[in-house]
Design a protein around this ligand. Structure first.
Ligand code: ARG
Length: 569
């Protein structure tokens, strides 16, 4: 039940009755405030903005409106100073809210506001021949959550893993493999073995510069489509993706496309030509650049002096390709804020090319930097956490706790996975995305306080209550839910749809994380204060309905941030 709309309707009726000639403000719903103290009501309507048009002091307006609003079934109204304070009819609010949530399970907060629109989500976007580390955790889980949120709001979503799979380093890797590698070792050692080969190449190239030429020659072969070079290169990709898929499977992450940088290699020629035709390219020491000085940015390099394309060139091709292929209304890049300049340059060049959508449809959804115990991540210095290690440890810890607390649980391994992953994902989506994260094992593996496992536990608690509830309890006595704890929970649940919409507007999953956590906390408070399966069947029926609705909303909230909801734990 949309109480904001219901109260707005009361205010509107009041204005029409008290001031028949006055113009009714268009956005009364938006003018309603949520008072800081619960004792001051559920909504407050400030009369100050009406004062000018009505030529009347706000307290006068408030008192006149008060006399003209009389709908105790919806809310009682009091006037205090220039405010109207509305107090919901608690029983009816409970009924309205719970009936609305329970009418379509799994749908509370969903909408069709995105119908007919497509969003492209560039996320995770890992680099080939590199192990999946926590530097790519945020983009992966933020992107996954946003995919789910947009879909929930009716958008058509295209999840793109823009693989980092182009560059001279792949030529060097092939050269190293041809010299020192063999198929079996790479198959078995995976990305680690490729890294070792690459490191050996870098070390030996210092002594023997001819190796660099060999690397360049192999990259040239990739570019020219030489079959041996392509075969090895594709196989490197498969090996990397096989490793990454394990992580994606554990996290429940899926992509619609893996078109990465190499996919655009043969589409950059057209971009260069278009830039040239539009008179945007300038020579700069042999390189071709788009000058961005007047916009306060360094030039965007399109071609190096040897004619090679760059990250930017391929991103330009990718943006044009996505617009043409998917006709998106939004194209989001979930990438660390270190690449802020890269994206500002990219969007500006597209704008200069005459594509206005680059201004209002493309967005860099930036997130903070990840460090590890205060140090910047670096494979070389050993300051690194690999995602498979992290997820394994989280699952082991969850399993140990389950073995201790619920030794008889049936599917322990499965629940340990859900809970372990839940802890890691939740801790990544807990704070505003722009905040830097200093990774700490104890925090990522924390199961107490405000954590993923705490919210999951609340869901399991609701499920347990529902399993014990008799099949038919008769009609709920809604007045059993008029106490402060029940009302607070109802209020949070009734506002959950606003949280989802806001999260989508701001591309900020943490808004959903916070909303679902507050709901879980409120349920636990309610549960502590009340006996759900009361002897009075009407009271029990009302509290069971509240529990069922809460389970439903918590499950949805968890899903939207990428967590599973175990029935028992
Ligand atoms: N692979 C890049 C990295 O790891 C991220 C790519 C982001 N997407 C893009 N279209 N530039 O830094």
């Amino acid at each position: 039940m949309d109480m904001r709309a219901a109260v707005a309707a009361l205010v509107e009726k009041g204005i029409r009755a008290a001031f028949p000639d006055a113009e009714v403000p268009a956005d009364i719903g938006g003018m309603l405030e949520v008072p800081p103290e619960r004792t001051m009501g559920d909504f407050a309507f400030p009369c100050f903005r009406l004062s000018r048009a009505l030529r009347m002091a706000p307290p006068m307006i408030a008192s006149r409106l008060c006399q003209n609003i009389n709908d105790p079934d919806t809310a009682r109204v009091e006037c205090v100073g220039g405010y109207l304070n509305f107090f919901f009819n608690r029983g009816n609010f409970a009924r309205g809210t719970l009936e609305a949530i329970l009418a379509s399970p799994g749908k509370w907060g969903s909408s069709s506001e995105g119908a007919g629109k497509t969003v492209c989500m560039d996320y995770s976007s890992i680099n080939i021949a590199k192990r999946f580390h926590i530097g790519h955790l945020s983009t992966t889980v933020i992107g996954n959550s946003l995919m789910r949120i947009y879909k929930f709001l009716g958008w058509n979503t295209v999840g793109i893993n823009h693989l980092g799979d182009w560059g001279t380093q792949f030529g060097k890797m092939i050269a190293a493999y041809k010299r020192w590698g063999d198929k079996k070792t790479v198959e078995e050692g995976g990305v680690d073995e490729m890294t070792r080969l690459y490191q050996r190449f870098s070390a030996e190239a210092k002594e023997n510069p001819a190796l660099e030429d060999e690397g360049r020659a192999w990259f040239k072969k990739i570019e020219d489509g030489d079959s041996e070079a392509l075969e090895i290169f594709r196989w490197f990709k498969d090996v990397t993706l096989k490793d990454a898929m394990r992580v994606y499977d554990i996290l429940g992450v899926r992509f619609d496309s893996y078109a990465g940088e190499s996919f655009y290699a043969d589409k950059t020629g057209a971009v260069v030509k278009e830039l040239e035709d539009k008179g945007l390219l300038k020579d700069s020491d042999g390189a071709k650049v788009v000058d961005l000085e007047e916009f306060g940015m360094p030039p965007c390099i399109i071609l190096k002096s040897d004619g090679a394309t760059l990250y930017h060139t391929r991103d330009l091709a990718a943006a044009l390709y996505r617009k043409k292929t998917y006709d998106f209304s939004k194209c989001l890049y979930i990438v660390a804020y270190q690449q802020d300049l890269h994206f500002r340059q990219l969007f500006k060049v597209l704008e200069l090319m005459g594509y206005p959508w680059a201004v209002d449809q493309m967005k860099h959804v930036a997130f903070g930097m990840v460090s590890y115990e205060g140090q910047a991540l670096s494979t070389r210095d050993g300051v690194m956490i690999y995602l498979d290690d992290l997820l394994t440890r989280a699952q082991e810890k969850a399993l140990a706790i389950i073995n201790e607390k619920s030794p008889n649980l049936e599917n322990k391994q499965e629940v340990a996975r859900q809970v372990g992953v839940g802890a890691v994902v939740y801790s990544t989506l807990q704070n505003n995305r722009i905040k830097d994260i200093d990774f700490r094992w104890d925090r990522a593996l924390n199961f107490d306080g405000e954590t993923g496992p705490y919210v999951q536990y609340t869901y399991a608690r609701c499920s347990s209550v529902l399993r014990k509830a008799p099949a038919s309890l008769g009609d709920p006595d809604w007045n059993a839910l008029t106490d402060d704890d029940s009302q607070y929970l109802l209020r949070l649940m009734s506002r959950f749809p606003e949280a989802v919409a806001d999260a989508c507007d701001k591309d900020e999953p943490s808004i959903v994380t916070r909303a679902v956590t507050e709901i879980a906390k409120a349920y636990n408070k309610f549960y502590y204060e009340n006996r759900v399966l009361d002897d009075d069947p009407g009271v029990a029926a009302a509290r069971v309905a509240l529990t069922r609705a809460c389970a439903d909303v918590v499950r949805t909230g968890l899903y939207l941030i990428g967590l599973e909801a175990p029935e028992r734990m």
